[in-house]
Ligand binder design. Sequence first.
Ligand code: FAD
Length: 544
Amino acid sequence: MTETREKPAPAGAAIDTVDAVIVGAGFAGMYMLHKLRQLGFTAVVYDAAAGVGGTWYWNRYPGARCDVESINYSYSFDPDLEQEWEWSERYATQPEILRYANHVADRYDLRRDIRFSTRVTAASFDESAQRWSITTDQGDDVSAQYLVMAVGCLSTSKMPEIPGIDVFRGKWYHTGHWPHEGVDFTGQRLGVIGTGSSAIQSIPIFAQQAAHLTVFQRTPNFSLPAKNAPLDPDEFTALKARYPEHRHEARTSAFGVPNPLPEKSALEVSDAEREATYEAGFEKGSLVGMLLSYNDLITDKAANDTAAEYVRQRIRSIVEDPEVAEALAPTDHPIGTKRPCLDTDYYATYNRPNVTLVNLRKTPLVEVTETGVRTSEREYEFDSIVFATGFDAMTGSLVAFDIKGRDGVMLKEKWAAGPRTYLGVATAQFPNMFMITGPGSPSVLSNMMISIEQHVDWIADAMTYMREHGKQVIDPTLESEDEWTEHVTEVGNTTLYPTANSWYMGSNVAGKPRVFLPYIGGVGPYREICDQVAEKAYDGFDLT
Ligand SMILES: Cc1cc2nc3c(=O)[nH]c(=O)nc-3n(C[C@H](O)[C@H](O)[C@H](O)COP(=O)(O)OP(=O)(O)OC[C@H]3O[C@@H](n4cnc5c(N)ncnc54)[C@H](O)[C@@H]3O)c2cc1C
């Protein structure tokens, strides 16, 4: 049972002038609010949700859990918080993570400055006042020196581009907007469209409930067994004793998770050694562990093939029907270049007699009908359909409403050919606007908690610097933005990521420009770059 305490914001507190408006009350917005308050700034947070937690507020589908271990996927800014919170499992469930978010909100008394169930509908920079005007769907009209976008990389859900959804007479759901009261599919004919992370987590549970489950797959994804288990209290206590070192390793690592960097190439070792390494990685139940088995898995196709083939073999060894196994074994992208998944019994689920896989590569979806789904081959009848079709990632929520910068330039127009940012934290002509885990930063290629904290601290430092130096406006120069955007692309091009049609590339959204959105230079090196910019009096920004 999910324990949430969705208290409404206190009514009547008229807010019309603050230092900062923060959009989003997920982990990013929550920490930003806390940090700004500590520094004596006034701030108000808006969230369309009725409670805190962002991702973990919305994604309540069965099986939802983190796939970065809970001991890493948690705040590190307060040692007391770290010590008092007990995670029960290696990979916490959505209800447990949401409990954690609510605990943090209570502990730091965050709710009094959060306006829930309130969507920000427009923001524009007023050149004469040098401030942002922000309006909401609840009639708020706020003036703020700073606008902090904590809107989330995976918060604008995406429906499949097929006609007919409105005519379906059964019930349908999107994993990213799951009903709070839960859904029981017992005895139903259920269709699931999509086989990304949310589908891979929920399908094994749906299969246990439904009379029959039909899964529609366009692209198979690589998934490793999560090997989830209750956390051993002694191990957890031992880790807590060395949390500061552990967090330091995370902050200076490649992906925001402590993991030694491999020295060897996959191609320089014997077949037997490679097999043993992959087996250990696979059995460890760690995405980062597997991808960092060798130093060239994300840069060299031949090296990557060895890991990809290992995982394909494991899939073939689990799935009994060879045709289904082949359909589930990804061959169209190098392992790691689309978001890999962690699962519990995903592949074995296809051995159940009540589960059917429909390969949309062979028989594409045509439409949703009144009674189900039609492919190019036949019609399938369902009582319910689940769309596990993901998100308009990284830019979706930033361009979802009108943000108007200098000279009336609109963010969505400026980014029409792809996002352009400086450090993924700011974009030229949108002065005093910061993005937490924006495009061009490690964001989704990292343990997001580490990246969120790094951005919040950096933004808070910048605001403090401005205050201390009597500055009103901070805006990246076009030159620094161009250089950074080019650098993000160049570094991306040294890897295999751009070879895949992934949401990292915007490929899951029709018409979205094909651009590698996150920064793959590594969490540690990226932090150093940001720190150097700050040390050089915000090099690359105009401060006036
Ligand atoms: C199912 C799932 C599992 C994940 N697992 C992991 C994991 O294991 N490890 C990891 O590192 N990351 C994971 N992520 C990524 C996850 O999104 C981040 O870890 C993190 O929760 C993001 O926090 P955030 O505050 O930046 O954004 P979010 O949690 O997305 O919060 C953004 C909030 O902004 C609000 N918002 C957006 N636009 C507006 C607007 N215009 N007006 C008002 N409110 C608005 C939204 O309602 C939302 O509540 C997962 C994501 C999903 C979807």
